[in-house]
Design a protein around this ligand. Structure first.
Ligand code: ADP
Length: 269
C-alpha cells in the first residue's frame, strides 16, 4: 500500500546468483515519524514562551522608567518561564519513565494512602476546588508499583478532572478490587466531556482537544502520555470513557503486589 515501506538488501552469492532480502520497515518508519514529530512539537512548545520572554525583555529596556509597566511585564515573563519549566519537567518525566519501561516496579504501594496525600496536595494548589474532591475508597490490597510514578499518575488524572470539570461539581476518586489480582482506580468528573473522535488520541504527546483551554489551565499536553507510560510500566490498563455534556471517567487497573514476597533473612553484621 501507499504507507508501506520496504528495505531491500542484495547479496551476491556468486557472479550469477543474487539473494534479495526484502524487509518490511513500515513499523520502524512510523516510529521514526513519531520521533521526528515529537522533537518538532517539543521545540515549538518551548520556543513560543521563549519568544515571548525575549520580546518582553526588549520592550522592558524601553519602558524601564515606568514601575507599573515593568511589574506587568515581569509578571508575564514569570508566567511564560513557569510554562517552560512545567514542559521541561514533563519531558524529563516522560524520558525517565520510558527508560525504565522494561523494569517492572516492585514496591508495595498503599494506593488509598497515596490518594489521600495527592488530594491534600491538589487541594492546597486549588483551595476553591478542594471541597469538590470526593473519595469512594474501599479496602484493597497494596499494588505493585513505583510510589513516585503513581503519585504523578494521580496528580495528572485528578488534576485533569479538576481543570476540565465544572466548579461546584464533584470529582470522584474511586478505589476498589477488580477480581483477585487487580485494583480498579477511577476518576470521574462532571465536566463537558470529550467527543468520541478524540478519545483514541488523548494519550498522544501534545494532543489537546482545545488548545487554548489547555494552555489557559497551565496544561502541557503531556499529562495523559505520561499516565499511559506509567500504566504500561506497571503492567496495568487504562481506559477513558466520556459523554459530551455529562463528563469523563478515567479507569485504571493495576496488579496487586504478590501476597507473600520473599522473607528477608537476618542481616549479618
Ligand atoms: P493537558 O496538559 O493539555 O491537560 P493531557 O495530556 O493531560 O494534556 O490531556 C490531553 C487533552 O485531553 C487535554 O488537553 C484535554 O483537551 C483533554 N482532557 C483530558 N482530561 C480531560 C477531562 N477530564 N475532561 C475533558 N477533557 C479532558
Amino acid at each position: 500500500t501507499h504507507d508501506q515501506r520496504w528495505e531491500m538488501r542484495v547479496r551476491a552469492l556468486s557472479p550469477a546468483t543474487r539473494i534479495v532480502h526484502l524487509s518490511d520497515r513500515t513499523g520502524a518508519h512510523a516510529a521514526d515519524r513519531i520521533r521526528v514529530d515529537f522533537v518538532a512539537n517539543a521545540s515549538h512548545e518551548l520556543r513560543t514562551p521563549l519568544a515571548s520572554i525575549l520580546g518582553f525583555i526588549e520592550t522592558l529596556e524601553d519602558a524601564a522608567d515606568d514601575p507599573e509597566t515593568r511589574s506587568r511585564f515581569l509578571k508575564v515573563m514569570d508566567t511564560e518561564a513557569r510554562r517552560m519549566q512545567r514542559l521541561i519537567d514533563d519531558l524529563m518525566s516522560l524520558s525517565r519513565i520510558e527508560a525504565e519501561k522494561y523494569r517492572a516496579p516492585d514496591h508495595s504501594v498503599d494506593l488509598a494512602q497515596l490518594i489521600g496525600q495527592v488530594k491534600d496536595e491538589l487541594a492546597a494548589l486549588a483551595p476553591d476546588r478542594a471541597a469538590d474532591i470526593a473519595l469512594e475508597i474501599e479496602t484493597v490490597p497494596p499494588v505493585r508499583g513505583d510510589q513516585v510514578q503513581l503519585s504523578q499518575l494521580l496528580h495528572n488524572i485528578i488534576g485533569n478532572a479538576m481543570k476540565y470539570g465544572r466548579p461546584g461539581h464533584p470529582v470522584t476518586v474511586g478505589l476498589r478490587r477488580a477480581g483477585t489480582a487487580m485494583v480498579r482506580l477511577s476518576v470521574r468528573d462532571e465536566g463537558e466531556g470529550i467527543a468520541p473522535e478524540h478519545l483514541p488520541r488523548l494519550t498522544e504527546r501534545f494532543y489537546r482537544v482545545d488548545s487554548s483551554r489547555s494552555r489557559a489551565a497551565g496544561g502541557t499536553g503531556l499529562g495523559l502520555a505520561i499516565v499511559k507510560h506509567i500504566v504500561e510500566r506497571h503492567r496495568g490498563r487504562l481506559d477513558i470513557a466520556s459523554t459530551v455534556g455529562d463528563g469523563t471517567t478515567v479507569t485504571i487497573l493495576l496488579p496487586t503486589a504478590p501476597v507473600s514476597g520473599p522473607i528477608p533473612g537476618p542481616v549479618s553484621s
